[in-house]
Design a protein around this ligand. Sequence first.
Ligand SMILES: NC(=O)c1ccc[n+]([C@@H]2O[C@H](COP(=O)([O-])OP(=O)(O)OC[C@H]3O[C@@H](n4cnc5c(N)ncnc54)[C@H](O)[C@@H]3O)[C@@H](O)[C@H]2O)c1
Length: 353
Amino acid sequence: MRILITGGCGFVGSNLAIYLKQKYPGYKIFTLDNLKRRGSELNLNRLNKAKISFIHGDIRIPVDFESVPDPDLIIDAAAEPAVLSGIIESTRYTIDTNLLGTINTLEYAIKKKAKLIFLSTSRVYPFRLLNKLRITENAYRFQIGPSQQMEGAGKNGVNESFSLTGPKTPYGATKYASEILITEYQEFMGLSAIINRCGVIAGPWQMGKVDQGFLVHWLASHYWKKRLTYIGYKGSGKQVRDVLHIEDMYNLIDFQIKNFNMLQGQTFNVGGGIENSISLRELTRLCEKATTNRMKVGSDSKTRPGDVKVYITDNSKVTRLTKWKPKITISETVEDVMNWLITNEEILKPIFT
Ligand SMILES: NC(=O)c1ccc[n+]([C@@H]2O[C@H](COP(=O)([O-])OP(=O)(O)OC[C@H]3O[C@@H](n4cnc5c(N)ncnc54)[C@H](O)[C@@H]3O)[C@@H](O)[C@H]2O)c1
């Protein structure tokens, strides 16, 4: 088995590469990455030690795929993944990487007859509709209400039949446009693909920042006593997301690789689920406990464009078809990330401070 992981020096890509290589030493794994994400260069050493090949390349440039030995499978984990990318930063880079980069990847997959696992996002669901979910509120968090009226929403969160019509943020739009093209390549060009619409994923080697990787950003900021702010929703810190540990994500990808023919053509919502959901305010408590540092968190009442009060993944479909379920709790994820920060303090400090 030869696997190409685009974005293989990023958080998801590097961890998947290393887990796969540990479990299947005979697999040949290649990573292609332009090292755009700050901190992704730190993964070169890990990949090298694990005997995983690195190719410095850019998915925006078709010729960059040519130095990769022919793969049987491509895991597309290269992206500009920040929700605010394309809004406060270059829209062009987001479109070029997340959409044109996908097209180049699809063309390459067809040429090499390689299967594809595509990492999409819950952000394909329109933010205005998500903000119309029935929400309850207590002192610590917003919570998805027990009865929902919209198709695809229920007490356990959002499933795959939730409407896709409406603005999503440029990030979500480029991912959704990629999904549409994948469907066309499946129908007319003979592509075999699985799409995972992931909620928040977290774990060691995530270079968390304000608008991407919030759990790691929050914990690292507690650890190094960096200023933190609850942004939006009156600065309450009550916004909620479900969080999936990267090892749980890997276990699903492993199953999908082994059962590809049964699952190809499917699109799955994949996330930590309702049991692994947390508000920022609640995360603050966990971070205080883990680091023993108590921070005064500031408040900024202005809600960021495209933000949602609550997103929870309903994993029913993926669990029904694969028996996969997340196993790692948020407290365990925090503990795991904390150990990583302590063990790698010297190289991580310049990234996070
Ligand atoms: N981490 C999450 O919470 C999460 C949630 C939902 C979906 N996803 C998806 O999972 C995938 C991986 O995300 P991640 O969290 O590992 O992000 P990441 O930023 O850590 O990794 C992405 C990698 O892609 C590389 N990259 C960026 N532009 C590139 C280009 N033009 N050519 C080649 N490489 C390029 C970056 O250098 C980085 O190493 C993305 O597609 C993202 O949309 C992630």
